[in-house]
Design a protein around this ligand. Structure first.
Ligand code: AOF
Ligand code: ZN
Length: 365
């Protein structure tokens, strides 16, 4: 039986549920399961904080005997491996589910099609790729880390009405309003790490934490590209390194006394073989993925943004456009932004945040 309008509706609900633990499940993706029997949701589950138990286990626990003869909606192919929990595919079989509707296949080589095979072998009807693009939007970090061995890179830019990201010599200028700023903080909360260049730190002295009430504990690891270790010891980042991690990507040859001082202040130094210009980025991203990071948000400045675009390392562009103009005299631009956008990015979301316009562009996965 092909996917119906109702299947799409339940899957959309499952995808929304999966978002609730986005950024909280460690190296595991946040996925969700709904168990539906006779038109009623009898069980729901989302990957637990920390990554386990998996979504299916929890949904089946809630459904109990009602899972027999039911349909399960899963945003990711159920696992087939004995990891720290038994395989979810087997749990669905044992519970007597008769149909599984899935959004995306799991690229983890321990699963990769084996989850579906277990279900089908047991006589369960499996419908794949239902709302795949919508699910992949939330699973992007996990899917990109699995296939490209680097985190998903989201480039966030605040643009003035005349297309500039800053005003030379004026430090931090307010381009967007409070609703946009709250949204940026939410994006920070859902990211594993946030990256800026040392130039941005020296002019703006940013904190880069999530300061939304109740979500303060969800600040991402803050990473600075700083080949020569120019990060001031009295910067906001270093002063808060004991509470929210600060990692510094520096040249292996950088000043060792400064290195020791930064380490003593709680920062972690990631030594790169190359200078911290564009050439160091692939190496750094590789390293972050190896340490389990799946989502990286980039907040500045123009050089880092330009290099990432130039190297084809941006997966998602989050553009916040404000109403005020900066003027071409001091206006800072991201080199070739529009021409990069014209190649391979598709508009995925558009919202109004207060008076600002928000547009999000993604590269199809
Ligand atoms: C599921 N349901 O909710 C999630 C899954 O270390 P483990 O044993 O927890 O396995 C991690 C892998 O499980 C991860 O790489 C991915 O393949 C899958 N995630 N699978 O059936 C879930 N989060
Ligand atoms: Zn599982």
């Amino acid at each position: 039986m092909a996917a119906s309008v109702l299947d799409h509706r339940y899957m959309a609900a499952a995808i929304r549920l999966s978002r609730t633990h986005q950024g909280l499940t460690g190296t595991n993706p946040s996925v969700a399961t709904l168990i539906v029997k006779d038109g009623v949701i009898v069980g729901r589950g989302v990957t637990a904080i920390g990554g386990r138990p998996h979504a299916e286990t929890q949904a089946l626990l809630e459904a109990g005997e009602k899972a027999r003869g039911a349909t399960a909606y899963v945003t990711l192919e159920p696992c087939a491996h004995h990891g720290r929990t038994p395989p979810c595919a087997n749990a669905l079989v044992t519970a007597g589910v008769i149909r599984v509707v899935s959004a995306a296949s799991d690229p983890d080589e321990r699963v990769a099609g084996k989850g579906y095979a277990i279900l089908r072998t047991a006589g369960i009807e499996v419908e794949e790729n239902v709302l795949r693009a919508e699910a992949a939007d939330y699973l992007a970090g996990y899917l990109i880390r699995s296939s490209k061995k680097r985190p998903e890179v989201t480039l966030k830019l605040a643009l003035s009405s005349d297309g500039f990201i800053g005003d030379k010599g004026h430090g931090q200028v307010a381009i967007t309003g409070p609703v946009s700023r709250a949204q940026v903080h939410l994006m920070r909360a859902e990211s594993d790490a946030i990256l800026v260049g040392i130039g941005t730190v020296l002019t703006d002295d940013p904190l880069l934490t999530c300061r939304l009430p109740g979500l303060e504990a969800r600040s991402p690891t803050r990473i600075v590209l700083d080949s020569r270790l120019r990060l001031p010891l009295d910067s906001s980042l270093v002063r808060t390194a004991g509470t929210v991690p600060v990692w510094i990507a520096a040249n292996a040859e950088a000043d060792s006394a400064k290195r020791q001082a930064l380490e003593a202040a709680g920062c972690r130094i990631l030594a790169t073989e190359t200078d911290c210009g564009a050439t160091a980025l692939p190496e750094l991203l590789d390293d972050l993925a190896a340490q389990g990071m799946a989502t990286l948000m980039v907040e500045g400045g123009a050089t880092v943004a330009g290099s990432l675009l130039q190297e084809d390392l941006v997966d998602r562009l989050a553009l916040f456009e404000g109403l005020s103009a900066i003027g071409s005299e001091g206006g800072v631009v991201v080199p070739a932004l529009r021409s990069h956008m014209a190649r391979g990015f598709n508009l995925s979301h558009e919202y109004r945040f207060g008076e600002d316009r928000y547009s999000e562009y993604v590269r199809p996965l």
